[in-house]
Structure formats: C-alpha cells, structure tokens
Design a protein around this ligand. Structure first.
Ligand SMILES: Cc1cc2nc3c(=O)[nH]c(=O)nc-3n(C[C@H](O)[C@H](O)[C@H](O)COP(=O)(O)OP(=O)(O)OC[C@H]3O[C@@H](n4cnc5c(N)ncnc54)[C@H](O)[C@@H]3O)c2cc1C
Length: 423
C-alpha cells in the first residue's frame, strides 16, 4: 500500500484528491489535511462588498471530497522532505510516500505598516481578500456618501492580479448607480508603470480607467498608511489622501512552508514550472498558488495545472518520464462594470491578446473587450466551480492555451513556438 498526502483542501488540493482517487489503485491511501472546514469560493469575495451574501461563498469542504479520500482537520506546522514527514500543530506527525503541497497564498495585512495595526483598519482601511474584510467593506461602501477612494495594490504577486482592477470598475459603477458618482473621486494606485503587467492588456485596462474617470497613480511603492492624516505614503514621498482606502496587501506562502525553509523569499516553493515537481524532492509536487511558477496566482491556473499534472503523477509513481508540460495557462474574467466583463487568456509565453474565445470569429466570449456574455460567464463560473471543477470533472476548455481566435498585436509577446519538451 502506498500513501499520498495532500496539504491544503482548497481549489488545487480538492481537485487533485478527487481526480487521483479515480485514477489510483484503491490500495493507495489519499489523505488531505486542512486547518478548517470552510471552503471559500474566493472569486465571490469580489462581489461581497457590493451584493453577494457572505454565506453564499462558503461551503463545507468535506462535502467536496470523494469517498475514499480521508480528510484530516489539523493545522500543519512543518514539512521534512528528507524524512517524508509532516508535523502537525499539537505534536502529531504524518508520513507519506508522495506529497502534494497545495497550501495556497495569503494576503498579509500585517505587512503594510499602519494597516492591520492601524486605528482605521476595517472602518476606513479595508481589504476584500478575506471574508471578514469583504463583509466590513460592504458596510463601509453602504455608508460612503462622498470623498476620495483609493484602490491600492501593494505589490505582486497577489491572488488574481486583475481583482483590484475589477473592484475599481465595480465601485465606480456602484456609485454611478447610487447617483453620487460626481461626489466620489476614485484613484487606482499601483506599483506598476501602468494599469497591468503586460503591455497590450495594460493599455486596454488603462483606457477603461480613463473612460470611467478613474485616476491612475502608477509607480507607487507603499511605505505605510498614516492613520492620523488618512494618507497612503509612498517611498518616493508621495502622500495620497483618502476617505476610504481599499488595499490589497502583499501575499506570501503558508507559514509552515516558510517555517520549513521550503519557500523562496516570498514563501513560494521552487518547482519545475512545466512539471510542478519541487526542486527539493522528486517525491513532492506543488499545485496552485503555493509554488513559485511565473504564472498568475489564480484558480484557473490551479485548475489547468492540476489537469496537466495528473498523468505526470501517474508516470512518476511508476518511475517513468513525465509526459506532460504545463504552459502557465491562465484564463480570467475581469468585471468591468455596466453589467459587462472582459476576458484574458494567456500563458508563460503569450501575453493577453484581443480576439474571440474559445472559438475564432464566433467566440462567444470577447478577449480584452467588455461584453455582456463575459459577465454572464463570470457569474456562471460559480456553479461550475462547485459542481464541475472541485469534484474533479473535466471542464469543456483545454488545459493548455490555444492561439485560436487570438489576434497578434504589434509589439506583443509571441506565442510559444512549441510545447516545452517533456521531462
Ligand atoms: C478576491 C479574490 C478574487 C479571485 N478571483 C479569481 C478569479 O476570478 N479567477 C481565478 O482563477 N482565481 C481567482 N482568485 C484566486 C483563486 O481563488 C486562488 O488562486 C485559488 O483558490 C488558489 O487555489 P489553491 O488551492 O492554491 O489555494 P487555496 O484555495 O487558497 O487553498 C489553500 C488551502 O491550504 C490551507 N492551508 C494553508 N496553510 C495551512 C496550514 N498551516 N494548515 C492547514 N491548512 C492550511 C488553507 O486553509 C486553504 O484551504 C481570486 C482570489 C481572491 C482572493
């Protein structure tokens, strides 16, 4: 009998456990460890400040694990790869033959001086990356009648790097619908030199910010939040005043990853970006946000990568070469307000490009262009997440990125010439 231990029962850990339960011999034990029973549908946190009821985004994670998967509700303390051992808080430990680390990433409100430790936290200084934060922000928006709002991205990487932009477009629309948009001044504050990381999409998002009369404060590296003066202070001396600050703090990997010495400076685990096998041990794979792959920290990446990983894992346990190579595929809807959304589809080598998705000409989704159908797609994804993705069923979209329907733009990064070789 062989044992597979999975650390984290979020998006990637749940999918991997369910997919592998179907593929592995019943003599294999599969154990998943998580610290609590609440599976949060994190893309829903974007809507909680506006209209989504908080209880809609949380479900009992145990109900999404297949029969034959053992669930253990414990806090993980440390991993010792050499001893094939995982220590749990409280003193027990678990052994394993194979280990999947799927412990995600965390928004660290403690890493911006004046945020979590400031007098204005959760009254005038907010985040929406946790359920408590999103709920508090809902109340703050409800009570906001006029003044300056800053939507601030502290640094990358963060989960869903487009979510701060989505929030900006939604909050603009929220006050427009309330009839007080003219009394609300909105600025998007970012450490990047434009609205987003990649040139083509940065231009598209930047134009939309301009269309919606949202100011852009670029190249802003935050030093601290001055709670007394209600100002966001940058290292370059800029002091941006606010009446409401919505900030997405820096992210790190899980504490046990850091404590085990398994992470890079951000606490993300170095892996081969195509196979997701940990550099530290051939018996460890890392799925989802927990690894250091140069892709978005997104549920779509966790999903596509896990699909690609399954056959690699089955080969690895037989000592065979790994047949598949993940290409960094990400696919994200971006709420743009007015009942519309944009869509981006990209990978390690190809930046988000305009066009149609998934089929050329007919789409029906539009890439990098707001459309109603994209918005409907974003909302429909919630049910797909719970019913198709988490249970480990196949989604009707390819795991690897396709150029079908995409239009190259002058100066855009080229498509990968070919899939990377298997290893
Ligand atoms: C506001 C917001 C909007 C988003 N929108 C989108 C979107 O539109 N599209 C998209 O693709 N992605 C989106 N995402 C990102 C997406 O939710 C994450 O990238 C995805 O859930 C990552 O999956 P994961 O399995 O790596 O981590 P998670 O799903 O976060 O799971 C990690 C698990 O590890 C557990 N864990 C960690 N440490 C320990 C420990 N010490 N002991 C025990 N258990 C532990 C945690 O409890 C957790 O259950 C969004 C995220 C946020 C916050």
């Amino acid at each position: 009998m062989s044992s597979l231990l999975i650390l984290g029962a979020g998006t990637a850990g749940t999918m991997a456990a369910n997919m592998l339960r179907d593929k592995l011999d019943p003599s294999w034990s599969i154990t998943v460890v998580d610290r609590d029973d609440d599976h949060v549908y994190q893309p829903g946190l974007l809507f909680v400040p506006f209209w989504m009821k908080p209880d809609r985004v949380v479900k009992d994670r145990r109900s999404f694990l297949k029969e034959g998967v053992t669930y253990l509700r414990r806090e993980i303390a440390k991993v010792d790869p050499a001893a094939h051992r995982v220590d749990l808080v409280g003193g027990d430990h678990l052994g394993y033959d194979w280990l999947i680390i799927a412990s995600g990433s965390r928004a660290r409100t403690d890493l911006v001086p004046g945020m979590a430790d400031g007098a204005l936290f959760r009254t005038k200084v907010h985040d929406f990356y946790t359920l408590e934060g999103a709920v508090a922000l809902h109340e703050a928006l409800d009570n906001f009648t006029e003044g300056r709002i800053l939507v601030h991205l502290a640094e990358l990487p963060i989960k869903c790097p487009v979510a701060p932009l989505e929030f900006t477009f939604l909050v603009e629309d929220y006050f427009r619908k309330k009839g007080i948009r003219h009394k609300v001044d909105i600025t998007y504050v970012t450490p990047l030199d434009g609205a987003f990381t990649k040139p083509v999409s940065s231009k598209a998002f930047g134009s939309l910010l301009t269309d919606r009369s949202v100011r852009l404060a670029a190249d802003f590296t935050v030093e601290r939040i001055d709670n007394e003066k209600q100002q966001l202070i940058g290292y370059d001396g800029r002091a941006l005043p606010f009446d409401l600050l919505v900030t997405i703090p820096p992210h790190t990997g899980a504490q046990f990853v850091i404590d085990s010495g398994l992470g890079d400076e951000g606490g993300f685990i170095p892996v081969d970006k195509h196979t997701l096998r940990a550099d530290v041990s051939g018996r460890i794979f890392v799925l989802g946000d927990a690894s250091n792959i140069p892709a978005s920290k997104a549920g779509s990446v966790a999903h596509f990568a896990t699909e690609v990983f399954i056959d690699n894992f089955l080969a690895a346990i037989e000592g065979k070469p790994l047949p598949n190579a993940f290409d960094g595929h990400a696919n994200c809807f971006i709420e743009s307000g007015r009942g519309q959304a944009m869509l981006i589809d990209f990978n390690y080598d190809t930046e988000p490009l305009p066009g149609m998705y998934p089929a050329p000409l007919v789409g029906p989704m539009t890439l990098l262009k707001p459309s109603r159908i994209n918005h409907v797609g974003k909302l429909a994804f919630e049910q797909m997440y719970w019913r198709i993705l988490l249970p480990g069923h196949k989604m009707p979209v390819p795991a690897l990125m396709s150029m079908a329907g995409k239009k190259a733009v002058n100066g855009s990064t080229p498509a990968a010439a070919s899939a990377p070789a298997a290893r």
